[in-house]
Design a protein around this ligand. Sequence first.
Ligand code: FAD
Length: 434
Amino acid sequence: MAEKSFKYIILGGGVSAGYAAQEFASQGVKPGELAVISKEAVAPYERPALSKGYLFPQGAARLPGFHCCVGGGGEKLLPESYKQKGIELILSTEIVKADLAAKSLVSAAGEVFKYQTLIIATGSTVLRLTDFGVKGADSKNILYLREIDDADNLVEAIKAKKGGKAVVVGGGYIGLELSAALRINNFDVTMVFPEPWCMPRLFTADIAAFYETYYTNKGVKIIKGTVAAGFTANPNGEVKEVQLKDGRSLEADIVIVGVGAKPLTALFKGQVEEDKGGIKTDAFFKTSVPDVYAVGDVATFPLKMYGDVRRVEHVDHSRKSAEQAVKAIKAAEGGKTVEEYDYLPFFYSRSFDLSWQFYGDNVGDSVLFGDSNPSNPKPQFGAYWIQGGKVVGAFMEGGSGDENKALAKVAKARPDAGSLDDLTKQGISFAAKI
Ligand code: FAD
């Protein structure tokens, strides 16, 4: 079978892969030195677009509009740009076997790829209700969203079931963004999730109350405290009803499930050290195996400012970790080192006319500030998290560019919070003074 050798291989064709390729290109790679291998059929793109602009009823985002690295303000790497930069882009190629000791990867078609240095950028895959044995979960039109093919299936289903009924299972950011997208497409939307409020991993009850009322005002129905326990299909095998654990049932033409993701590390099981469900790395994204790096969603890395190790499934980290790994690889070749990764967690989401950003850590007490009345035409509010007397996390809905910069600054500086009443009164001006 065909065998190809490269100095560097980036395994994966998502966000980290795009940013790693860009960093290699900007540092200079010789033709034929670098390959990007992806099971997707398209060049690396900005994944967050799939649950946002990609689903707009008019003026929807389409490739090549959102190839990496436009989201980070960088150059757009079109499929042909890889060739021009001497990078081999190997698409529609799933790696099914990795032998880290032999430095080789084998594709589903049996091709062998050898490398000197490997960057693992395989990202995450969605959790499926079929994995949990939910009855009828394999019916047609029960959809998930991770890759562009999934987004295309969703777009098709939206067209086929025009103005129908959609049930969104899951109350995280995917559930919130997809509920909004379906509502904008004129679907009758019901969200179902087991927790007492939406986005419980980040939102406080107060923050969630704003979004839930806003969504309700937009016509999205929200059912909390229960889960989808089974599905019934019509004679064509298409989902027609969702049975909830609390005994209720909901009609559905489309069901979208966003109940979480798991990092794709299975190829490397037993070959590399793992931690917290991901591949353990140092501050340069080096794994326990020489010449093997892991970046993006799969990496469990030292989060220096919290003296902790974490895995982060957000686009900002996937970009920055990829750049850091390539910088470290190139520096090491010149006998140099780069500074340790010192990451400030950052996450954002957009839906309807809303847009929020969060920086830092959501631990300890929290205070809400600003105007969180969902009926106001331009609500603008935020929250701080306070631990050990210091502001450690900052959130804002509807913040301006400068206000969002101030959030980042305050979360990084971790200043004394002072009195919580005062902090609430000062609101964003507290962060703006940092
Ligand atoms: P990915 O981008 O998932 O890329 C992994 C790549 O590896 C894929 O191309 C995959 O096909 C490929 N691959 C995996 N296994 C193999 C194999 N065996 N062989 C070959 N190729 C393989 N984050 C935010 O901060 N804000 C947002 O608004 C936001 N929105 C999102 C919306 C959606 C719909 C999704 C799915 C994620 C969103 N995220 C968001 C999260 C963010 O996109 C991810 O954290 C980021 O994409 C991770 O980058 P990655 O390169 O690690 O993985």
